[in-house]
Write a protein that binds this ligand. Structure first.
Ligand code: ADP
Length: 549
């Protein structure tokens, strides 16, 4: 027997219509590339998204055609998100931190028809346009009179001129909810980038789940500042969640330094922000150096790489801000798990609560996860057993765009799972703790050592700006951990001081054999430490005298 509820496809245009009707004058504030502050309401955003949809029709783009962006977080980028996907095209967000060679590769692989970009990225477009034959229009996200006279990009148009003459009425098409809506390539640290292709349905379900109190937890009373870029997994889906709940949105544009972020947060009374640990480090340093406090910020979601326990404590103790740890990846849209306490954990000792909140958290509704050994056998949720983390759910990738490779694994019950490439433990309450990327795991004497745990301890020293732990070949143990440390400016922290931190925190055999000080740790396009490069950098390094373990 069938239920008797209305049949309605879950479409991105629904979010736009809802936000326009119910939150028409709720503000979307953007720091523009031009340096000034732009503000308007959801109704203006929706109106301009319709103009954009008309421009795409006029340009002859068919349903499913890809429109790319190379842009900072801002209102025009938001219009693209809704106008492109809402009208049935696919929004392809390009990470400008990729090498131009890779950018050319993804534009050609995606067969983008239109590329919209911020002025900051004109040099990238100048470098790649001649090798991108599928692109019919290069659109500079700028005012009509701001187009550079000799850009060297044939047919370059300004976004405002492009959409300016269009009408602001548009009938959003009734698409199949399974139709593609967004395309985002992984950064390709191993091999060519791979395209995760999100659907309308996956995007809406992800936004619903993401908005829940134990996930991102947003409401119409919030003012959200996504520091996480819109070119990186759709800014963790935050633009969609924003339209769903109708919160105020504050876009930082290109100004991601601590001072600019802080000033924007204060001026716009931001209550919630989201970003990767490296950004927060800069922001916190700015506050500490200048003796500042947040007056409205309540919560931050931190993910993309492990949130150092020391940073979480600083947020909480010095600034009264909850730093909420979350985990995800491009292929998981990205929200997979968020660390939030259960009711019965509220009475636990403070230190225990902090330990739980520093895990990558519990799977949010819609996501199923498990850890398995090398043969695919499920490992117990005892907080000790390590395993490869597998996930499944309606916003988890089933395949890559235009790729024959099947990324999925099938378990004994015939269910398909996405192997994340992360190694984790899960405790009896379901709190998942990532110990490593599988390729970064350190195996010493047959036992796994968590490089993330080692980095976390090093980061707890005030003089340490960044720490990366890698395994070094060892004749007896296979590998031994060594931690590379970047000192904070003017800090004189020593090897011995760092090693001393470990004695009461890790078992003796887990303590790194050495600390090497480096000028910087190589970061990839998404701000993650590139340990492969670090290993190359340290190829002439050899372990100190072999120790008796
Ligand atoms: P890419 O794979 O392109 O580098 P992603 O953003 O998809 O970029 O990276 C996903 C990976 O980032 C995860 O598989 C995991 O290794 C790491 N990651 C994300 N969030 C966390 C977190 N909270 N703690 C530890 N690692 C994380």
């Amino acid at each position: 027997m069938q239920g008797l509820m209305q049949e309605q496809q879950l479409l991105i245009s629904m979010l736009l219509k809802h936000a326009e009707r119910h939150h028409s004058d709720t503000e979307i504030v953007s720091r523009r590339v031009e340096g000034d502050i732009h503000r308007y309401g959801y109704a203006d955003m929706a109106r301009r998204a319709r103009k954009l949809a008309n421009a795409l029709d006029r340009a002859g783009l068919a349903e499913g055609d890809r429109v790319a962006s190379i842009a900072w977080n801002g209102y025009r980028h938001m219009e693209l998100y809704f106008g492109v996907s809402g009208s049935g095209r696919v929004m392809h967000t390009i990470n400008p931190r990729m090498h131009p060679r890779q950018i050319t590769w993804v534009i050609n692989h995606a067969e983008d028809r239109v590329v919209c970009f911020d002025a900051t990225f004109l040099p990238i477009v100048q470098a790649v346009h001649a090798n991108c034959p599928t692109v019919r229009h290069w659109v500079l996200l700028c005012d009509a009179d701001a187009l550079p006279p000799d850009s060297g990009v044939p047919g370059l148009i300004s976004y405002e001129a492009w959409i300016g003459g269009e009408t602001d009425t548009y009938n959003w098409p009734q698409l199949d909810e399974h139709a593609a809506a967004g395309l985002c390539y992984t950064s390709g640290t191993t091999g060519d980038p791979k395209g995760a292709l999100y659907s309308h349905r996956s995007t809406i379900l992800h936004a619903y789940a993401g908005a829940l109190p134990d996930a991102i937890g947003l409401g119409a009373a919030d003012a959200m500042l996504p520091v996480v870029p819109m070119f990186h997994v759709n800014a963790w889906g935050l633009p969609y969640v924003a339209a769903l709940v109708g919160c105020k949105v504050v876009f930082p544009g290109p100004a991601m330094d601590g001072k600019s972020l802080y000033e924007l947060m204060e001026a716009e009374k931001v209550t919630f922000a989201a970003g990767v640990p490296t950004i927060w480090q800069m922001l916190l340093t700015h506050l500490q150096d200048n003796n500042l406090k947040f007056s409205t910020l309540q919560r931050t979601i931190v993910g993309g790489s492990a949130l150092p326990a020391a940073m979480q404590r600083t947020f909480e103790d010095e600034f009264g801000v909850a730093a909420i740890h979350a985990w995800g990846m491009t292929e998981t849209s990205p929200l997979g798990s968020v660390a939030r306490l259960k009711n019965r954990q509220l009475d636990l000792p403070e230190e225990e609560k902090r330990r739980i909140l520093n895990t990558q958290g519990r799977a949010i509704f819609g996501i199923d996860m498990k850890i398995v050994d090398d043969d695919g056998n499920e490992q117990p949720w005892d907080g000790k057993a390590f395993g490869d983390l597998w996930v499944r759910g309606p916003w988890i990738a089933s395949a890559y765009f235009k790729s024959d490779q099947n990324p999925l694994k099938t378990d004994q019950d015939g269910l398909s799972w996405f192997p994340t490439g992360d190694v984790a433990t899960i405790d009896p309450d379901g709190f998942m703790h990532i110990t490593d990327r599988s390729k970064d795991v350190i195996k010493s004497g047959g036992e796994w050592i968590s490089s993330i745990d080692i980095e976390n301890v090093a980061m707890s020293h005030r003089g340490v700006a960044m720490a990366a732990c890698i395994g070094m070949p060892h004749p007896k143990w296979g590998e031994r951990p060594v931690v590379a440390v970047v000192r904070k400016p003017d800090a004189d922290v020593t090897r011995e001081q760092i090693l001393a931190l470990y004695s009461d925190k890790l078992a003796k055999w887990q303590i790194p054999d050495d600390v090497v000080f480096v000028e910087e740790i190589p970061l990839g396009a998404t701000g993650k430490m590139q340990k492969r490069k670090l290993r190359e950098q340290l190829k002439d390094y050899s372990l100190p005298d072999l120790q008796d373990l």
